[in-house]
Write a protein that binds this ligand. Structure first.
Ligand code: NAP
Length: 285
């Protein structure tokens, strides 16, 4: 298939492209930074021109405004990129009647539950990033019949900045790291997520999926395990409460995703996040 990937330069996009190629697909990696064919997703004409030129058989939409605090400070811009940008892509994919995979987030949930969220749980975003990504989900579901919505969480990959990479960076210059201990989620390796997206693309099981590594932890435990597996010594990780962390953004205290739709469809369970983290550390070492 000819697969158009948005956000191809992002941490997910960079892992997705080689896996899609290995599965025999021809990839068009769209990015704003291309000199020849820049694609600005908020500009319908720009997106339409790329569809016209590449004539995709499928689209994986991974581009998003992912800076959660910036989304909170500039909610209109968050919606311009994550809602309008997705609206543009869903319109064109719907008109062409081709499959569209939209990558969404655990932040569509409010975190009031204490057991893992399934695809059948009610959404209620606490912040503008989550609200704008949810708006994107609605556009996709309304405009594109052959859609997959893949909600994921706490991404880390070999390309780009992310939480474990940041912890390793800080550990080089600090003796103590203070990390939030009262937000719980499922860290997810972009490589594992990408593998599932490639499998979904080969299916016709359209719908909403949760795609995360298994297990759960707090940011504090995630930081501890990162330093332990990387062999970093002499750095103390101190737990703090989210209320003591400077941020304009309310985040769900619990946003663990149960991959229930994948289970129902007979897909294998993804590796535990600690196994995925060890694989990530091996990749970047
Ligand atoms: N990171 C997480 O922890 C996390 C958690 C849950 C869900 N997700 C979702 O997973 C997906 C992938 O995340 P990621 O971590 O790979 O993100 P990322 O590294 O921040 O990459 C996102 C990409 O989106 C592109 N982009 C942003 N605004 C754009 C615009 N207006 N027009 C065109 N492209 C634009 C950027 O591309 P250029 O600047 O190169 O053009 C960037 O490379 C996103 O949909 C995100 O919402 C992420």
């Amino acid at each position: 298939m000819r697969v158009l990937v948005t956000g191809a330069n992002g941490q997910l996009g960079r892992d997705l492209t080689p896996l899609l190629e290995a599965a025999g697909h021809t990839i068009y990696g769209a990015t704003r930074k291309s000199e020849e064919n820049p694609m600005e997703i908020t500009d319908f004409a720009s997106v339409a021109a790329q569809f016209e030129q590449f004539q995709p058989d499928a689209v994986i939409h991974a581009a998003a405004h992912t800076n959660v605090d910036d989304c909170e400070r500039n909610p209109d811009n968050a919606h311009r990129v994550n809602a309008l940008g997705t609206w543009n892509i869903a319109t064109l994919a719907g008109e062409a009647n081709i499959p569209l995979i939209y990558v969404s987030t655990d932040f569509v949930f409010d975190g009031a539950k204490t057991t893992p969220y399934t695809e059948y749980d009610a959404v209620n975003p606490l912040n503008h990033y989550g609200a704008s990504k949810l708006a994107g989900e609605k556009h996709v579901a309304q405009l594109c019949r052959k859609h997959f919505i893949a909600r994921t969480s706490w991404l880390f990959g070999a390309h780009g900045m992310n939480f474990p990479r940041r912890m390793l960076e800080l550990a080089q210059t600090r003796k103590e790291l203070t990390v939030i201990a009262d937000q719980i989620g499922s860290p997810t390796h972009t490589l594992d997520l990408a593998g599932v997206l490639v499998s979904l693309l080969a299916s016709q099981h359209y719908g909403t999926y949760h795609v995360s590594n298994s297990g759960e932890c707090s940011w504090y435990q995630f930081a501890q395990k990162t330093l332990e597996l990387a062999g970093v010594q002499g750095v103390n990780v101190r737990p703090i409460r989210a209320a003591d962390w400077q941020s304009p953004t309310r985040r769900p205290p619990y946003s663990v995703l149960r991959n229930f739709a994948l289970e129902l469809q007979g897909y294998p369970t993804l590796p535990h996040w600690e196994t995925a983290l060890a694989g990530f550390l091996a990749r970047i070492s």
